[in-house]
Design a protein around this ligand. Structure first.
Ligand code: ZN
Length: 318
């Protein structure tokens, strides 16, 4: 008999230490021991920020760190995907444009409101000062496949290389310095959240990221990867987790086994190798539920609501 686990990250209340690392002439990483990261590109005439933290109050700490290295205007906010914990701090930056893939925009229309309510309950620590959130973050500029921004002479590419963590995943790529901001497509020492994922596609999308041969990479969570070898390790570890989880779920789901027993088995199979990654216990119920859905009858992820979150958790963890 085991004791019931506290829902999602509601028991995760210990403060994390923030690091602000310079990766190249133009790129910086704001990371915090496995909390959601923000990537920063300082161009000749403007600053680009990729992912915003969960609330404007949290985002102000990112702005404070940016102002220690540059006084150039923060002109662009890029949303690597739609998740509330990364986008609802956007208003603090007062950017000229908020940029996302068209697929990400469509997901905000379809499920942004439900996702906001769900994520606020999952992550009470990250949504500190949630009352400072003015509402959903709406992109002002969208693209399909790719777009190029010129920050003076600095070329910045926004690339949608395939589905993975969500349908709309976008990476920020500096071709000259071979620096990548990957969003949650890649994690490092942190468990990939796959509740809105495409398990069949994710490994192929990681191959497309790897093909660019990034020299440095800011993952969605975890420390910045500072050498080509570290980048390859980060990509490989994320690919292994996603593939092993799906391999643990797919045959059992296809054979008609019930979700709860499939969950227990997948949890026990992955725990020895991945149990020390942050938010492992938070992610596993969501990840296995989505894997089970994809292996059975749902091509696209079903919308998580605050109510569905709790029902699922009770069914799998009670
Ligand atoms: Zn995410």
């Amino acid at each position: 008999m085991s004791t019931a686990k506290t829902f999602a990250s509601q028991a995760d209340l210990a403060e994390k230490k923030v690091s602000f690392d310079k990766l190249s002439d133009h790129a910086y990483a704001y990371t915090a021991e496995g909390d959601p990261n923000t990537g920063i590109i300082v161009g000749d005439n403007a600053v680009l920020v990729a992912d915003t933290q969960a609330t404007p109050v949290m985002a102000h700490d990112v702005i404070r760190r940016i102002r220690e290295v540059t006084d150039k205007p923060i002109k662009y906010v890029v949303l690597t995907h739609y998740h509330a914990v990364r986008v609802l701090g956007a208003s603090a930056f007062r950017a000229q444009e908020i940029i996302a893939s068209q697929d990400t925009y469509d997901l905000i229309v379809e499920r942004g409101d439900a996702d906001m309510k769900s994520e606020i309950e999952r992550f009470p620590r990250l949504f500190r000062a949630v009352e400072s959130v003015p509402g959903l973050t709406w992109p002002t500029l969208t693209f399909k496949c790719e777009m190029t921004l010129w920050l003076g002479k600095l070329e910045v590419k926004l690339l949608q290389l395939g589905r993975g963590h969500t349908k709309g995943d976008t990476v920020v790529w500096l071709p000259d310095e071979r620096v990548m901001l990957s969003g949650d497509l890649v994690e490092f020492g942190a468990t990939p959240y796959a509740g809105d994922a495409y398990f069949n596609d994710w490994p192929k999308t990681l191959d497309a990221l790897a093909a660019l041969r990034p020299a440095k990479l800011v993952p969605g969570r975890g420390a910045a990867l500072l050498t080509e070898q570290q980048v390859q390790e980060g990509l490989a570890a994320t690919r292994a987790f996603v593939s092993e989880l799906y391999a643990a779920v797919k045959p059992a789901a296809a054979a008609g086994r019930d979700l709860r027993s499939v969950y227990r088995e997948a949890y026990d199979r992955l725990k020895p190798k991945y149990g020390d990654w942050v938010i492992f216990d938070h992610c596993m119920p969501f990840d296995v539920t989505r894997a089970y859905d994809e292996a059975t009858q749902y091509r696209d992820p079903r919308i998580w609501t605050a109510e569905r979150d709790k029902e699922m958790w009770a069914a799998l963890e009670a």
